[in-house]
Design a protein around this ligand. Structure first.
Ligand code: COS
Length: 381
C-alpha cells in the first residue's frame, strides 16, 4: 500500500491551493455577506480546468482522475464553500452523469461549453414530497409524438438559478416505482421553464438554492439522458459521485478551521502564555486533526476505488458521512478554541461552522448514508 500522492496530484493541489488562497480566501466573507456569485471568477475556474476535471480532453475537460477532482475540491473548500459547491454540483451532478449515460452527440454538444464555464449545468431530483425517498418523485413526463411533456416542481436545486442545462428526473410510468423514472436534459430557454423561490439559508449564501417549475414543457426525445426508465440509476450514480465531492468539500472546510484554530492558539495569550500551551486546547487541536486525517483517508479511498472502476457507492456514502460529521465537529471545536471571538462574524470560524452544517444534509442526509452503509453490510454479511 502506498499513501504518497503522485507528482501530478501534488501539482494539481498546488494549482488549486494557489487559486483558493489568492482568489477565494480573501473574498469568502464578502460572498457570504452579499450572497453574490462572481461569475468572472467561476469562468477563471473553467480556464484552470476546474469545471470539467474528470471530463476527457476530447470533450474540453482536463482529463484528470477522481482523486485529482477530490484534491481540487478540498483546496477550493478551504477558500469558499459557495464556490466549492457550485464547482462540485457542476462536475458531479451534471458532467459526470453526462459522461456515464450521455450519447456521443450529447457529450459533444453539452460538455465543451460546460467545461469552459461558458454554460452551466445543474441537476434536479428532490421535490416537496420526495427528498430522502427519491423514488417518490411526482414530476411527470408524458410522451407526445417525438416529444415528452414535462410537468412538476423541483426544490433544493444547486446552480438551478443560473444553469443553462438542467438534468431533471421525472416519472414516465407512475406504476413502475423507481423503474418508471427517466432523466431528461432541459434547456433553460424552453417555454414552460421558470425559476421559482430562491431559499434563504444558514450558509452557502453565494450558491443559490432554488425551486424550478416545469409547466407543459415540451422536450424532444433526443433530450433523454440514458434510457427511458433508467433515471433512478442516473440519479444514484450522480449522487455517488456527489457524495465524494461533499466529502472532499468537508475536508477543505475542516482543514481551514483547524488552520485558524492553530494560528489563533499560538497568538492568543491568557494567564501569561499562548493558549496553545494549555493541555485542554491541545486536546481540542489533536482531536480535530485525528478526525480530519481519518476522514481524508476515507475520501481518498472512495476516489481511488472510483478511478479503478471498482464498486464505490458504499465507500462514497461512508466517506461522505464521516467527513461531513467531522466538518461539523471540527468547525464547532474551532469556535471553542477561539472562545467568544469564534462566535463573532469578524472571525472566519463562525462562517465555517454555518457552512459545514449543510454537508450532513445535501446529496443525502447522514441518515440516508447510514441506511446505504447498513444495507450493504447486511447484504454482504
Ligand atoms: N448506487 C447505485 N445504485 C443504487 C444506489 C446507489 N447508491 N442506491 C440504490 N441503487 C439501485 C439499487 O441497487 C436498485 O437497483 P437493482 O434492483 O437493479 O439492484 C435500485 O437502485 C433501487 O434501489 P432501492 O430498492 O434501494 O431503492 P429505495 O427506494 O429503497 O432506496 C435510497 C434508495 C434511499 C438509497 C435512495 O432513494 C437515496 O439515495 N435517497 C437519498 C436521495 C438523496 O440523496 N437526495 C439528495 C438529492 S440532492 S438534489
Amino acid at each position: 500500500m502506498d499513501f504518497s500522492l503522485s507528482e501530478e496530484h501534488e501539482a494539481i493541489r498546488q494549482v488549486a491551493r494557489e487559486f483558493a488562497e489568492k482568489k477565494l480566501v480573501p473574498r469568502a466573507g464578502e460572498f457570504d455577506r452579499t450572497g453574490q456569485i462572481d461569475f468572472a471568477l467561476v469562468r477563471e475556474m473553467g480556464e484552470a480546468g476546474f469545471l470539467g476535471i474528470t471530463v476527457p480532453e476530447q470533450y474540453g475537460g482536463a482529463g484528470l482522475d477522481t482523486l485529482s477532482y477530490t484534491i481540487v475540491l478540498e483546496e477550493l473548500g478551504h477558500g469558499c464553500a459557495s464556490h466549492c459547491t457550485i464547482v462540485g454540483a457542476h462536475n458531479s451532478l451534471f458532467a459526470h452523469p453526462l459522461l456515464c449515460f450521455g450519447t456521443e452527440e450529447q457529450k459533444r454538444f453539452y460538455l465543451p461549453p460546460i467545461c469552459s464555464g461558458e454554460k452551466f449545468g445543474s441537476f434536479s431530483l428532490s421535490e416537496p414530497n420526495a427528498g430522502s425517498d427519491a423514488a417518490a418523485i411526482e414530476a411527470t413526463a408524458v410522451p407526445d409524438g417525438d416529444h415528452f411533456v414535462l410537468n412538476g416542481n423541483k426544490i433544493f436545486v444547486t446552480n438551478g438559478a443560473f444553469a443553462d442545462y438542467i438534468i431533471v428526473m421525472a416519472k414516465t410510468d407512475k406504476s413502475q416505482g423507481w423503474r418508471g423514472i427517466t432523466a431528461f436534459i432541459v434547456h433553460k430557454d424552453t417555454p414552460g421553464f421558470s425559476v421559482g423561490h430562491i431559499e434563504e439559508k444558514l450558509g452557502l449564501h453565494a450558491s443559490p438554492t432554488t425551486e424550478l417549475i416545469f409547466q407543459d414543457l415540451r422536450l424532444p426525445k433526443t433530450n433523454i439522458l440514458g434510457k427511458v426508465g433508467e433515471g433512478f440509476k442516473v440519479a444514484m450514480e450522480s449522487l455517488n459521485s456527489g457524495r465524494i465531492s461533499v466529502g472532499a468539500h468537508s475536508l477543505g472546510l475542516a482543514g481551514r478551521a483547524l488552520y485558524l484554530a492553530l494560528k489563533y492558539s499560538k497568538e492568543r495569550k491568557q494567564f501569561g502564555q499562548p493558549i496553545s500551551s494549555f493541555q485542554m486546547i491541545q486536546a481540542h487541536l489533536a482531536n480535530m486533526h485525528c478526525r480530519l486525517a481519518a476522514s481524508r483517508l476515507l475520501v481518498y479511498e472512495a476516489s481511488w476505488r472510483k478511478d479503478k472502476g471498482l464498486d464505490y457507492a458504499t465507500h462514497a456514502a461512508t466517506a461522505k458521512l464521516v467527513a461531513s460529521e467531522m466538518a461539523t465537529y471540527v468547525t464547532h471545536r474551532a469556535i471553542q478554541v477561539l472562545g467568544g471571538y469564534g462566535y463573532l462574524r469578524d472571525y472566519e470560524v463562525e462562517r465555517l461552522y454555518r457552512e459545514a452544517r449543510v454537508t450532513e444534509l445535501y446529496e443525502g442526509t447522514s441518515e440516508i448514508q447510514r441506511l446505504v452503509i447498513a444495507r450493504d453490510l447486511i447484504k454482504h454479511s
